[in-house]
Design a protein around this ligand. Structure first.
Ligand code: SF4
Length: 308
């Protein structure tokens, strides 16, 4: 399987060519809202799970095609900073093309100097911070043993001082878990101290690992945006129109996307630059073959890949 997917329409990065460098699903956390599903390999140990040569070959294949790319983004089946070759990969991508490189990370390993060093070559780093109170952190992020919020915050603060690129912090708010005014004020105090370039407020807008958790109320999201100040935004739906075709056969492209994140027909259509009617026909076939499954979330149908 290729370690590169998309470009997918990302709510914050436009057309993002995803680079997936850890096996499904390897992470330091097991967030209740994770779109990839439950963490099956929860660890703090870094490893060269995928070699830089393989990843660079995959990227070069995509770059040969006429594809719209706004960012090359490390994200996917788990936590990218767990791959110990991340720094080498970023440097090699930067020497290969002019596209900006983004890393979406949970930020839990930023206390390690070698992780901060690896990320220095990126243009944009987006760590998350969902809770300050340890009991809430444990409930929403279900961390590996050995992680604590104080260490994570210290890592974030150190990274902000060393990093020359743009730093956005994402706060994902889950109804009834980290949405109290008290917790939002605690998060805000830390975020203001770190002073990122942007604060992105997110919630469970797509189906997550655990069905019992819900999207925060609109009032709460707006309260958080006002509290966090002018750099804060609630992440909205993707708007940009695609201008170039997708990479492989339609069925393969749909599967590649759905194995990494649940998508609606509209999102698949935008991502792949294909008429929604074609997507509907194809997913009906894939659903009856048992290759994808359907979930209802907030009145929309989402599809995700069935793991084999
Ligand atoms: S949301 Fe991110 S940090 Fe949380 S479990 Fe999923 S991959 Fe890991």
């Amino acid at each position: 399987m290729s370690h590169v997917f998309g470009p997918v329409p990302s709510r914050r990065l436009g057309f993002s060519l995803g680079v997936d460098i850890v096996p499904l699903k390897t992470c330091t956390l097991d967030c209740v809202y994770c779109q990839v599903g439950n963490t099956t390999h929860k660890t703090l140990e870094r490893n060269e799970y995928v070699s830089p040569d393989v990843v660079i070959d995959d990227i070069q294949e995509v770059l040969k095609k006429d594809t719209t790319i706004d960012y090359i983004t490390f994200s996917g089946s788990g936590e990218p900073t767990l791959n110990s070759a991340l720094g080498v990969m970023i440097r090699r991508i930067k020497s290969l093309c002019a596209y900006p490189v983004a890393v979406i990370t949970n930020g839990t390993l930023l206390y390690l100097p070698e992780v901060r060093q690896d990320l220095l070559g990126a243009d944009l780093v987006i760590p998350s911070l969902d809770a300050i109170t340890p009991a809430i952190f444990n409930k929403v992020n279900r961390p590996s043993s050995g992680l604590d919020v104080g260490k994570i915050i210290e890592g974030l603060a150190l990274f902000q001082r060393e990093f020359k690129g743009r730093l956005w912090i994402e706060v994902l708010i889950v109804k009834g878990v980290n949405d109290s005014r008290e917790e939002l004020h605690k998060i805000n105090a830390v975020v203001q101290r770190i002073a990122p370039d942007k604060i992105q407020i997110n919630s469970i807008f797509r189906p997550g690992a655990e069905k019992d958790f819900e999207c925060a109320d609109a009032d709460t999201l707006e309260y958080a945006r006002d509290l966090f100040g002018p750099k804060a935004e609630i992440i909205g739906e993707f708007k940009k129109e695609r201008t170039a075709g997708s990479q492989g056969t339609l069925t393969d492209d749909i599967l590649q996307l759905l194995k990494r994140r649940p998508c609606s027909v509209k999102q698949l259509s935008l991502s792949l630059g294909v008429d929604p009617k074609l997507i509907v026909d194809r997913i009906a076939q894939m659903h009856s073959d048992g290759r994808i499954r359907q979930t209802e979330h907030d009145g929309d149908s989402y599809y995700s890949g069935v793991l084999t």
